[in-house]
Design a protein around this ligand. Structure first.
Ligand SMILES: Cc1cc2nc3c(=O)[nH]c(=O)nc-3n(C[C@H](O)[C@H](O)[C@H](O)COP(=O)(O)OP(=O)(O)OC[C@H]3O[C@@H](n4cnc5c(N)ncnc54)[C@H](O)[C@@H]3O)c2cc1C
Length: 509
């Protein structure tokens, strides 16, 4: 059907879209709808939007508590930042590089340069040998003389690496990267998604290390574009992006409501009915002109109240288990597959008055050999980002992460003080310097449910099935990391595309 521009404008203005979840996926999708004049309401359960992008304040120093950077691949995040006038705030991390800790004897060493996902192109390279030792290097070298096709095509990164180059390469070089970047064991990572082209190069070159070298030569800089490698940040933190999106949305007439947890999504006549509970202490009491059809006191709590919104379309932008729960009636096909295991992780951020860290003893941070330490990884933020160093004003900011796939965070049952104490002890061990409690100025703790990474074996099929099920329902879309893959570089373009699909269907079909 063709429509006149005036028809489209009035149709857009009459279309109410409710976006459930104000993480980056929800905010992007909301903006795409608001841009064409639709009436948009964003509801988020937390007391601030941003989801995994959130701030920590330590003794007046404001830093990122969650996502702290974005992958440059694809150019999508940069393009968004340019649209929002934030290009001037883009910053690069320091060149220092990270270390790997938990080597035999409690040793630590710089992460070797020049590999792909930790797989070295040359096992005898000095920095590689420092991590895997002579015996590991000779075992890895067997890869060069083994026939390439005896093991066939291997999807599991861990199995491929251990078969070709031995367990020392897998455990000390690859596992710290996959655990630190994807929160996943190498065994579970699909090599074709995490390192596209590597298997094909192995078949034609004849060895895995040769394949790594081939990929790097063929596509100069490609390894540097692997997840976690080529990243940028924002002066002031990634929450600057969230603030800019909220300001833009508000300017476009959208309403953004926090402390409002959606409890039910149901089909209603031609559209949808969204039920949400507004937290008691929220200052977000419904305004008189709010698009609420009814507001009733909640029986269970004197302070909380339920609100029911009517919508022509709904965009679900929450984590996977919440999305499946909310859509269980409207999209029964979603129930065919269970939610993937989502690692629960905690990040404890420490502000330290510790001059012994001025020399950045472990570069920009540390990844650990799984099982060697309680912490999974550490970021020395004030060594990695110039703006954090300036904000800390002579002190240091260190982030310690706990928890990974199949392993709950060691801090999860601790009080805030005990979690800070454990993080300080781990920081001391990982940075190789004594950090007594007197060095601790302030701490901040944040809990996250991390979506299953897109590179987990079987993830692609699961995501495609979920998306197909959602897309069969008119006026419904779902966005976010559980469908797009983890990371802003994945979530942002995916949410843009999915919101575009929805608005086209609403306005043109
Ligand atoms: C600790 C950590 C560090 C990371 N670091 C980086 C990084 O440096 N670079 C990078 O690119 N990526 C990073 N990531 C990944 C990236 O942050 C995420 O992939 C992305 O932010 C996810 O966005 P999302 O919109 O899918 O979900 P989320 O950010 O999780 O947002 C979901 C939102 O839904 C809301 N919600 C949940 N249930 C309800 C409900 N019932 N009703 C209403 N609202 C609800 C939540 O409050 C939340 O705001 C990191 C992730 C974590 C956890």
């Amino acid at each position: 059907m063709t429509s006149e521009p005036a028809d489209l404008a009035s149709r857009a203005a009459e279309t109410h879209v409710v976006v459930i979840g104000g993480g980056i996926g929800g905010l992007i999708a909301a903006r795409e709808c608001a841009k064409v004049g639709m009436r948009v309401t964003v509801l988020d359960a937390a007391d601030a939007v941003g989801g995994a992008i959130r701030r920590a304040e330590l003794d007046g120093v404001v830093v990122d508590a969650g996502a702290e950077s974005f992958a440059t691949r694809g150019g999508h995040v940069r393009a968004l930042l340019a649209e929002l006038g934030l290009t001037g705030r883009i910053v690069a991390p320091a060149a220092g590089g990270a270390w790997v800790a938990g080597l035999p004897g409690g040793d630590a060493a710089p992460l070797p340069v020049g590999g792909i996902l930790g797989i070295p192109a040359n096992p005898f390279q000095e920095d590689v040998r420092r991590v895997i030792g002579w015996s590991g290097a000779w075992r890895a070298y067997l890869d060069r003389v083994r026939p390439p096709l005896t093991i066939g095509h291997n999807h599991s990164l861990g199995r491929l690496v251990s078969a070709r180059m031995g367990v020392k390469v897998r455990d000390r070089l690859v596992a710290p990267v996959t655990t630190g970047v994807y929160s996943a064991a190498p065994e579970d990572v699909d090599v074709d998604i995490a390192a596209p082209g590597l298997n094909a190069a192995l078949t034609s070159v004849g060895s895995l290390s040769g394949a790594v070298q081939r990929l790097r030569d063929e596509n100069a800089g490609r390894a540097a574009k692997a997840p976690g490698a080529a990243v940028e940040g924002l002066d002031g933190g990634m929450t600057v992006l969230v603030d800019a999106l909220v300001a833009d949305l508000t300017g476009l007439g959208a309403e953004v409501r926090t402390s409002t947890r959606v409890t039910e999504v149901a089909r209603h006549e031609q559209g949808w009915q969204v039920t949400a509970r507004i937290a008691g202490d929220a200052d977000a009491a419904p305004a008189e002109d709010a698009p609420a059809d009814s507001v009733s006191p909640d029986a269970a709590s004197e302070d909380a109240e339920d609100v029911v919104l009517s919508a022509d379309a709904v965009i679900v932008a929450v984590d996977e288990s919440t999305a499946r729960h909310l859509l269980s009636t409207a999209v029964p096909a979603l129930a065919a597959t269970a939610a993937a295991d989502a690692p629960e992780i905690e990040i404890v951020t420490l502000l330290l008055d510790a001059p012994e860290l001025d020399a950045a003893p472990r570069g920009t941070g540390v990844l650990t050999v799984p099982g060697s330490h309680t912490a999974k990884a550490l970021t020395h933020s004030s060594a990695k980002w110039g703006w954090v160093r300036d904000a800390a004003n002579g002190r240091h900011v260190v982030r310690v992460s706990f928890g990974a796939q199949g392993e709950s965070a060691a801090t999860s049952t601790l009080s805030d003080d005990d979690a800070a104490g454990l993080a300080l002890a781990e920081a001391s061990a990982l940075l190789g310097v004594d950090l007594p409690s007197a060095r601790l100025v302030a701490s901040h703790r944040s809990r996250f449910v991390q979506s299953q990474p897109a590179s987990i074996i079987g993830s692609r099929e699961r995501r495609a099935a979920a998306r197909a099920a959602v897309q069969t329902e008119p006026g419904l879309a779902a966005v976010g990391a559980w469908l797009a893959g983890t990371g802003l570089a994945q979530v942002i373009p995916d949410a843009t595309t999915e919101a575009d699909r929805l608005r086209r269907a609403l306005l043109w079909d």
